[in-house]
Design a binder for this molecule. Structure first.
Ligand code: UD1
Ligand code: CA
Length: 456
């Protein structure tokens, strides 16, 4: 069985009041259209067609990596007209699945239940029961409950408007029949549009049965038309992610104050996450990790037993087992920490590796540096890695002790077990096992007297 998914994404999205095409607005930092694409790409033997129009070039360019055929709908003359644009790419034997590019939270499970409802002489339609069906097409059934047609809100009679079963817009049917019915669509209706929904009545007339699947939650099929709906679905999505994590053994102190914008690649158990934590991109977190409040972790690997204290920003970094980070620490790209490393407050680490048991506890900048094991970096140490044009590396070997307020002017190497006196500016390699310092000699002027205020 071959599936052709048609994603309708040509609508204007006027109510977003945005320069950006609607389907490029994001949920969990991912464009709406990408959510729909990712869902359909999980179906086997599926070819995906995206109908784009309004602001289309931008849509196509920003999602050019998608494995889909892009089909332009030059004028938005209705959902039926949109599907007509891909008719010549649909095989007779295909099962065609129609999705909307602005309905981001649809579940795979729902589609997997819908598709088998397409059988010989029957088509499949996803419907939803609504407390307030305003704006939706209504499902008109006969007394036996058999679907007869869909009537759009603007074309509905007073009685039809009372129907609470709404059309989600999502349906599946055979390619041959779809193409036949599409070729017969007209636009004599209240909106002067070619309605895809008219296909339902044509199918019934041709003796087909409409098998419906009722979706459980309205949010799953809610389209985004304005920014209120966008933020509503963002929260729905985030709560769903939080539920998944809690089911996997993560404690979230407040699931309503936790956001995932990407994928959690690996997640251990007995992880505790405090409020306002954001996980972005691809993140892995090992067993027994605790993450303090207000921390952002992006594209990083956090090993077991790590403690991250409040207010840290960690990006593209690796944190080894049993390490302690923060509060207020920043790990920038290519910070690679081995096990039991301590990074304290107001410390920034960039493009550096730090071996087992080393500590950078206070107010330091470590960039382009290789630090060995059991090294202690004193407060206020700065690796001067940049001469304004080029960057250079600093090497600090195992067991070295760097006194506070030291500048290490790269390229420079601090030998094994070397000690650097506080307040030094180190410009030359410092030998192992010895004390090196550069410091103006301290003097005391015994006869010195404080100035006194001049009399008037
Ligand atoms: C449509 C359905 C309605 C259903 C509702 C669910 C029709 C005629 N009506 O109504 O029964 O209850 O969705 O939300 O199908 N699009 C195009 N090209 C167009 C027009 C629309 O690509 O020319 C796309 C839009 O980008 C959107 C989708 O089709 O993704 C639905 O369009 P929209 O205008 O929101 O349809 P509704 O009038 O809300
Ligand atoms: Ca809509």
């Amino acid at each position: 069985m071959k599936i052709t998914t048609v994603i309708l994404a040509a609508g204007k999205g006027t109510r977003m009041r945005s320069e950006l095409p609607k389907v490029l607005h994001k949920i969990a930092n991912k464009p709406l259209l990408k959510h729909v694409y990712d869902l359909s790409s999980q179906l086997a033997n599926n070819s995906i067609k995206i109908v784009y129009g309004h602001g289309g070039v931008l849509v196509k360019e920003s999602l050019s990596e998608l494995n889909a055929n892009w089909v332009e709908q030059k004028q938005q003359l209705g959902t039926g007209h949109a599907v007509q644009q891909v008719a010549d790419q649909i095989g007779d034997e295909d099962i065609v699945l129609i999705l909307y590019g602005d309905v981001p939270l649809l579940k795979l499970n729902t589609i997997e239940q819908l598709i088998p409802l397409v059988k010989d002489k029957s088509i499949a339609l996803l419907t939803v029961n609504l407390d307030n069906p305003t704006g939706y097409g209504r499902i008109v059934r006969d007394n036996d409950g058999k679907v007869l047609r869909i009537v759009e809100e603007k074309d509905a009679t007073k009685d039809e408007k009372l129907i609470t079963e709404g059309n989600t817009g999502i349906l599946a049917l055979q390619g041959k029949e779809l193409k036949n019915w599409l070729s017969q669509l007209g636009n004599s209706n209240a909106q002067g549009e070619y309605y895809l929904t008219d296909v339902i009545e044509m199918a019934v007339t041709d003796g087909y049965t409409v098998n419906t699947l009722l979706v459980e939650s309205e949010d799953e099929v809610l389209g985004v038309n304005n920014r209120q709906q966008l933020s509503h679905l963002e929260r729905v999505y985030q709560i769903e992610q939080a539920e998944i994590l809690m089911a996997q053994g993560v404690t979230l102190l407040d699931p309503a104050r936790f956001d995932i914008r990407g994928e959690v690649e690996y997640l251990g158990i007995d992880i505790t996450i405090d409020v306002n934590v954001v996980l972005e991109g691809k993140v892995s977190i090992g067993n027994n990790v605790t993450i303090g409040p207000n921390t952002i972790i992006k594209d990083s690997i956090i090993a077991e037993d790590v403690e991250i204290l409040a207010n840290c920003v960690i990006e593209n970094a690796v944190v080894g087992q049993g390490s302690r980070i923060g509060p207020f620490a920043r790990l920038r790209p290519e910070a690679v920490l081995a096990d039991h490393v301590h990074i304290g407050n107001f410390v920034e680490i960039k493009k550096s590796t730090i071996a087992s048991g080393s500590k950078v506890n206070h107010l330091s900048y470590i960039g382009d540096t290789t630090i060995g094991s059991q090294v202690n970096i004193g407060a206020g140490t700065i690796t001067c890695n940049y001469d304004g044009v080029n960057k250079f590396r600093t090497i600090i070997e195992d067991g070295a002790f760097i006194g506070s307020d030291t500048q290490l002017v790269a390229p420079v190497t601090i030998g094994k077990n070397a000690t650097i006196g506080a307040g030094s500016t180190i410009t030359k390699d410092s030998p192992e096992n010895q004390l090196t310092l550069s410091r103006v000699k301290q003097i005391t002027i015994p006869s010195w007297q404080r100035p006194v205020k001049k009399g008037k």
